[in-house]
Design a protein. Structure first.
Length: 434
């Protein structure tokens, strides 16, 4: 098996890719206009017709779709195919607002799984591999997406779903899993549990991990790589555009290649909606050009990142997105300062702490408070109260340097912060509850 799943597409010249995207976009806009009254209305209000879109250079003429539109159109309002053509739904956990329900035709599933197959091959996966999928199965897209990709590549697939960590480890050891797919926070937890069970990183057969579905830092990548003895790769996606596999990392590990034959990416200013030049940091917007049942045009992801067309050593020409630096709606404004949880995570790991922490934001009187609980490691447990206070002050100083605001830091005992088997909850913002 080669280095690519689909070399023709993954290494296509820019000119050919633009042509392919343009053809598909023109067709898709027509399909949506004719079959989705909700989007037709948005286009009519903006005075755009399918005839105005002749190629990707006209993409900016189309209206945006947001999560609010998804809520309003819930559940069937953005469906572009009759239900008789749809074979599956997937959905988000719905922790914020109404859940998102996405629909798939059989062809949509094929293309989605194909995207996941590209991600698996990009980390060195072949039909010789044993691929352990411990993303959740069910409504969440992580399990079904990577499961489908793994089948396509021909890996022996372990459809573990999330949870039951000791059983995960037993299968990993007994069957010799070589590729691990789960959230980065769960990967860190598996690493921690392996160590507790007396295993060394070289005791497992894992070579690569495909970790995504939540933000994670470079520092956390290094931690996971060390504890599992693997290379850790990022994968990105969202339910609205299919699930995992919208973009994936290659051996260079410097950002994720976007599957541009299926998704056109734009970066916009989240405040004004203006399209920003390549290389700018802003909100990622996706247009699905091949999806049949649930084809969102110019969908605002709220994820903040940067796109890069710098030549990649892997030979792929697909544009790369940086790790999302947070979501425009996850960004906390604390005492007027923009704070992303990833900034705090970077400091914690740099200072030698584990990625187990909880950020609590509240407002007392008119003043925002920022409390960060961080687990001590086992060695620190024997420290005196004075030592612990000193370490807390050091962390306060380091975080103050990073953010410009003073937090309260509490070092808590190991294992006292709940571990996550899926997406980790890192922030509790009590201000929203008042
Ligand atoms: O999390 C799909 C997925 C499953 C991606 C498995 C990767 C692996 P949703 O539950 O709809 O879908 O959440 C989508 O999660 O808008 C991002 O904010 C965040 N996200 C996804 N991947 C990453 C990543 C899946 N690699 C939302 N880094 C997205 C940072 C990510 N954030």
């Amino acid at each position: 098996m080669g280095r690519y799943w689909n070399e023709e597409i993954e290494c296509m010249s820019r000119e050919d890719m633009k042509k392919l995207q343009s053809e598909r976009l023109v067709k898709q806009v027509k399909h949506v206009y004719e079959n989705v009254p909700y989007y037709k209305k948005l286009m009519d209000e903006k005075g755009v017709t399918p005839d105005d879109v002749k190629g990707i250079e006209d993409l900016h003429k189309l209206p945006f779709l947001t999560k609010a539109d998804l809520r309003e159109a819930y559940p069937y309002g953005l469906l572009a195919k009759p239900l008789s053509d749809c074979v599956r739904i997937q959905s988000t956990s719905g922790t914020t607002g109404k859940r998102v329900v996405a629909f798939y035709t059989q062809n949509d599933i094929e293309l989605w799984e194909d995207c996941c197959a590209r991600a698996i091959v990009a980390v060195g996966g072949t039909n010789e591999d044993v691929c352990q999928v411990c993303y959740g199965y069910g409504l969440f897209t992580g399990g079904p997406g990577l499961n489908g990709g793994s089948h396509k590549v021909g890996c022996l697939t372990l459809p573990m779903s999330s949870g039951n960590t000791e059983r995960q480890i037993q299968f990993m050891m007994d069957l010799g899993s070589t590729i691990l797919c789960c959230t980065p926070s769960y990967a860190a937890y598996i690493g921690e549990t392996l160590k507790e069970m007396g295993y060394k990183p070289e005791d497992n057969k894992l070579k690569a991990g495909i970790f995504g579905a939540e933000p994670w830092t470079e520092e956390m990548r290094r931690e996971i790589e060390k504890s599992l003895g693997i290379k850790a790769y990022d994968i990105y996606g969202l339910t609205e555009t299919s699930g995992p596999g919208v973009s994936f990392e290659c051996e260079e590990q410097t950002g994720m290649h976007i599957n541009e034959d299926h998704f056109i990416a734009e970066i916009i200013d989240p405040e004004t909606g203006e399209v920003l030049p390549e290389g700018s940091k802003g909100e990622l917007v996706f247009t699905s050009i091949t999806k049949e049942a649930f084809p969102l045009l110019r969908y605002r992801t709220r994820d903040i990142c940067v796109l890069s067309r710098e030549k990649c050593s892997c030979g792929r020409t697909l544009v790369k997105m940086s790790k999302p630096m947070g979501r425009s709606d996850d960004m906390m404004i604390i005492r007027g300062v923009n704070v992303f949880p990833s900034q705090i995570e970077t400091v914690l790991i740099e200072q030698g702490y584990s990625p187990n922490y909880l950020i609590e934001v509240d407002r007392v009187g008119n003043v925002d408070t920022l409390d960060i609980s961080v687990e001590m490691n086992a060695e620190q447990l024997s420290d005196t109260v004075k030592d612990i206070q000193k370490k807390e002050s050091e962390l306060v100083a380091a975080i103050k340097t990073m953010l410009g605001i003073n937090p309260k830091v509490h070092l808590v005992s190991p294992k006292s912060i709940a571990r996550s088997e899926g997406k980790a909850v890192r922030v509790i913002d009590k201000r929203k509850l008042h």
